[in-house]
Design a protein around this ligand. Structure first.
Ligand SMILES: Cc1cc2nc3c(=O)[nH]c(=O)nc-3n(C[C@H](O)[C@H](O)[C@H](O)COP(=O)(O)OP(=O)(O)OC[C@H]3O[C@@H](n4cnc5c(N)ncnc54)[C@H](O)[C@@H]3O)c2cc1C
Length: 313
């Protein structure tokens, strides 16, 4: 009888712990959902990151149009690397022979100074640890999909390096190829990682050519690692650049090449985005403190000057 009571008591305690764990997890999840679905502006007084000091384009830091454009074909919220990439691609595609289109009018709204978010706060590794990611991608998506995903990730490095190499105005980004050195400080992880590399080499040899396994005291000495704390090292190709300089140089070159097509609006937060279901000409309205910005749908004719220079509502 005593034993049965004890089993029931333990079962109740386990159940209570489980319910409490589920309830705590739900609270965290609800809080996360609420945070991601609420428009939260960046803090107004960010720390001054090393990477943003001595900006190569001082005029860009707080640049604004004299008058906020009232309309845009493409309105980008945020002037980090994502925004720069969209602006660059939109303007480049409009001028490419493969996709001849009327050029879009692009407006970038930035809540603080240009490129003051995550992009302006890091030292810019361009690095894909394909050998590490392969096993989990293969388990989730299968061999072919895993390979395609890694090919996509790995393609960023040569594309970025080539873009910067070909454009004198982007060279201040100091992009260069480097060797990534991953060190392993516990034996179990090292043994498992070597198996992972073997599988990667076997399945997708064309992506694994630069991955090298190093072991032993000599290898540790070569890479300046204490052999007492290092079981092995994996090296592979990577690159680095100065993201703040890259992005601001890209904006500067777009502004020089297409002053009539792109404007950067620093210190202009988007405070609300409304959908206008009835208005096919202006499907979205974006609210900013000084006025309103309208984003138009894709139009088959070039925007007329009056469309581009409408005063804020
Ligand atoms: C410390 C650190 C180190 C990192 N290291 C690397 C690395 O080595 N390699 C790598 O690839 N990645 C790295 N990352 C990640 C990388 O920086 C980010 O993934 C990338 O910069 C995101 O770019 P983004 O343009 O999407 O965002 P952001 O650069 O953050 O740009 C978003 C911009 O939007 C603005 N904004 C936000 N809300 C509004 C609004 N309502 N209205 C107007 N503007 C708004 C913000 O002010 C900000 O300027 C690092 C990140 C950090 C923080």
């Amino acid at each position: 009888m005593q034993a049965i009571l004890s089993i029931i008591r333990n079962a109740c305690l386990t159940l209570r712990a489980l319910v409490s764990e589920i309830s705590a997890t739900k609270q965290c999840f609800d809080a996360l959902l609420s945070r991601v679905s609420t428009l939260a502006l960046p803090v107004p007084n960010p720390s001054n990151a090393f990477w943003q000091q001595y900006p190569p384009f001082p005029d860009l830091v707080n640049c604004q149009s004299q008058q906020l454009p009232g309309t845009a074909d493409i309105l980008i919220v945020g002037s980090g690397i994502s925004g720069a990439s969209v602006a660059y691609t939109a303007l480049k595609q409009a001028h490419s022979h493969a996709h001849p289109q009327p050029p879009p009018r692009v407006v970038v709204l930035e809540a603080r100074s240009i490129c003051s978010g995550a992009t302006g706060r890091n030292g810019g590794h361009i690095k894909c640890s394909a050998y590490l990611e392969y096993a989990s991608l293969k388990a989730r998506f299968g061999k072919e999909r895993a390979k395609a995903l890694l090919e996509f990730q790995l393609s960023h490095m040569p594309i970025l390096l080539d873009l910067i190499q070909r454009n004198e105005e982007l060279k201040c980004a100091e992009a260069r190829e480097v060797q990534s050195v991953d060190t392993f400080t516990d034996e179990k992880t090292w043994v498992k990682t070597k198996r992972t590399v073997e599988e990667f080499r076997r399945d997708v040899p064309d992506l694994a050519g630069d991955v090298v396994i190093h072991e032993g005291v000599d290898a540790c000495t070569e890479f300046g690692v204490d052999p007492q704390h290092c079981y092995g090292i994996i090296t592979y190709k990577a690159a680095t650049l100065w993201p703040y300089r890259f992005v601001t140089a890209l904006y500067s070159s777009l502004l020089s090449a297409h002053p009539e097509l792109i404007s950067l609006e620093a210190n202009t937060p988007a405070t609300e985005i409304r959908v206008n279901p009835e208005d096919s000409e202006r499907p979205f309205t974006v609210q900013t403190p000084p006025g309103e910005q309208f984003q138009q749908g894709t139009s088959s004719t070039p925007p007329t000057p009056s469309q581009r220079t409408l005063s804020p509502a």
